[in-house]
Design a protein around this ligand. Structure first.
Ligand code: FE2
Length: 311
């Protein structure tokens, strides 16, 4: 007997604690053996190919869960090492958000439980961020280079909160909505089977995923209208050249503008090797988007914040 584990939960590095299987035409094929490594590139290729889960023998599941837990602890330790001990809780809550997000994205249909989980995790993360505002070092340490739409969405959410707070947003409810909107901004892609897969936006070809995303999340009664607006507007541009509506200027909500900017940053950074120079160039591209892609009122606070985070 085999049990599935979401592929996005499998750490991109580290040695497999048990044999790993993939399912092809209802047959389980051993892909790699215990002790071997599952490379990042391979996970990315699997995700792009539409694979959501991998399998382990049922008896090995406790071992696999311990391994996943140890990998999570390693990530938390890395954040603490580079940003300081006071960000331990922030890192823990961020990982919790990612897990909830992977579950929601992996489900055939989003259930109320998925939504309430996302809301609960978001609220926990924001409480922590309000009590203990993130520094540039913390946001940099939290940047997740893993393949998959969950890692991208989480980066956009973390970066959006960092920027929003730098721009003076203090209201926890507004921060909650920004985080949730950012976490769910590409949910429209789960309707495009071939695109979920694509994990994050490789290009910026207009399509209807913002509207589709809205359709997915509207099923949950009680989401703040700001969350819906952020999802709908995350590809709009200040000069009106964005999509799907082509609205411009302040017709785009301030909070949506922040998420659009964070999305631009992470999405384009993923097309690079992510070196220091790439990050430097990305900050420059953001600055070049001033008054075309983004509102001048976001500058220079945003460029300063990004420089601080990625210096
Ligand atoms: Fe998008």
């Amino acid at each position: 007997m085999y049990q599935s584990i979401y592929l996005e939960k499998i750490s991109a590095s580290g040695v497999l604690p048990a044999d790993i299987y993939i399912k092809i035409s209802d047959r389980y094929l051993k892909y790699k053996e215990k002790g071997q490594e599952l490379e990042t590139k391979k996970i990315e290729t699997f995700l792009k190919g539409g694979m959501k889960v991998v399998y382990f023998e049922e008896a090995e599941i406790p071992t696999v869960k311990d391994w996943l837990g140890a990998n999570a602890d390693k990530i938390i330790d890395e954040v603490v090492a580079s940003a300081g001990g006071k960000f331990k809780e922030t890192a823990k809550k961020s990982l919790k958000s990612k897990d909830g997000l992977i579950e929601a994205l992996g489900a055939e249909e989003m259930s109320d439980d998925h939504f309430s989980n996302l809301e609960k995790n978001s609220s926990g993360f924001i409480s922590e961020a309000v009590a203990n505002p993130m520094t540039g070092k913390a946001i940099n340490a939290l940047l997740d280079g893993a393949a998959g739409i969950a890692a991208h969405s989480l980066n956009v959410a973390n970066l959006s909160i960092f920027l929003a707070m730098k721009l003076g947003v203090k209201d926890k409810k507004v921060l909650d909505s920004i985080y949730l909107g950012a976490i769910m901004h590409d949910f429209g892609k789960i309707r495009n089977k071939s695109e979920v897969l694509n994990s994050y936006e490789v290009n910026n070809i207009p399509d209807d995923h913002p509207d589709k995303g809205l359709a997915v999340v509207k099923k949950s009664a009680g989401l703040d209208p700001l969350v819906l607006e952020i999802i709908a507007q995350h590809h709009e541009q200040f000069d009106g050249d964005g999509y799907p509506k082509g609205i411009k200027g302040d017709a785009i909500k301030f909070e949506s503008q922040i998420v659009a900017l964070a999305n631009f940053f992470d999405q384009n950074l993923r097309l690079t090797a992510g070196t220091k120079e790439d990050i430097h160039n990305m900050i420059k591209s953001v600055a070049q988007g001033n008054s075309t892609l983004f509102a001048p009122k976001l500058f220079p606070a945003v460029t300063e914040a990004l420089k601080d985070a990625f210096k």
